[in-house]
Design a protein around this ligand. Structure first.
Ligand code: ATR
Length: 283
């Protein structure tokens, strides 16, 4: 029996144990997965303890994703682009860091929602940890352009600069002429807009104007559950398809499971089961 966990502070709300237990059951993998609440200054020490006990890997959530990246001895290119890790694998010779948040988002949009990203115009709202985790994989999906918009201009600029060297050649724009006027001033027609801000958690207004939505656009909130509902109903009111982040959660877990077990779990089935259990209109 191999052991895994999710590390965070707070971590009580995490659905990862439930998702990985179901993946293990459906793929016949002998593994356990639990939650580990770690003190804010105790992350490195906790990792040492896990490795001593023979734990094989962990998921990492707020606020440790940057520290997880820093602690690693090898890193995937998607973790390098994000400068953050949500998945660690403990190997005999060190700690391997990966970031499956972005591929989780891209797989949920393309496979589960059936919206192809190639050739499309994408607006990514936000430039914090959540946005940083997904920008590289969004670019890899070969959209026509990605515009990064954020309340604080400097953070959007830094995120774009961090991705300048991405091998996929697309136009990566920062709406410099518009951003100082606030997010409400963002202009353009987008096929896919992604809310990667914490604004829904804060109960703040929708950060952008509805004119950024092309008719039938996909409006995606990386949150799920009650926090995403205001954004989803705004999207639907304006003729867009709204989708919450539950599928991203399940797909990032599926990609992490693959990093650890080299087995692809039936993520769409597990997403369907969770959607039914939550009973909230998330898509
Ligand atoms: P996370 O890891 O969830 O991304 P974070 O790194 O603190 O958390 O980033 C939060 C993001 O939400 C940032 O892009 C933040 O904008 P600023 O960079 O200007 O702080 C954005 N955000 C938070 N509250 C917001 C609000 N009420 N309106 C718009 N953007 C908001």
């Amino acid at each position: 029996m191999d052991h895994y966990c999710v590390v965070g502070n707070p971590v009580a709300h995490s659905k990862s144990p439930q998702i990985h237990a179901r993946f293990a059951e459906l793929t016949g993998q002998a593994m356990s997965y639990d939650k580990q609440l770690v003190a804010l200054d105790g992350f490195a020490e906790a990792l040492g303890g896990f490795r001593q006990r023979g734990v094989k890997g962990c998921n990492v959530t707020v606020p440790f994703k940057f520290e997880a990246f820093a602690c690693a001895t090898s890193r995937s290119s998607r973790a390098e682009l994000a400068q953050a890790a949500n998945t660690l694998r403990f190997d005999a010779d060190g700690i391997h860091a990966d970031n499956t948040d972005g591929i989780g988002l891209v797989n949920d949009i393309q496979t589960n929602a059936g919206v192809a990203l190639a050739g499309r115009d994408i607006l990514l709202i936000g430039a914090g940890g959540a946005a940083a985790g997904v920008l590289g994989p969004l670019i890899s999906a070969k959209p026509r352009r990605v515009v990064v918009a954020n309340r604080t201009l400097q953070k959007a600029q830094a995120l774009v600069l961090q991705h300048r060297a991405h091998p996929a050649t697309i136009e990566l724009l920062l709406n410099t002429e518009l951003l100082p006027q606030s997010l409400q001033g963002v202009e353009g027609d987008f096929d896919v807009i992604i809310n990667a801000t914490a604004s829904s958690l804060a109960g703040a207004a929708i950060p952008v104007q509805a004119r950024v939505l092309k008719p039938g656009a996909l409006a995606y909130d990386m949150m799920y559950g009650p926090a995403a509902q205001a954004f989803l109903s705004w999207a639907r009111t304006h003729g867009a398809q709204g989708r919450d982040g539950l599928g991203m959660l399940v797909e990032q877990a599926a990609a992490a499971f693959e990093v650890w077990r080299q087995v692809r779990p039936p993520s769409a089935q597990v997403l369907g089961e969770m959607r039914a259990a939550i009973q909230l209109p998330g898509l």
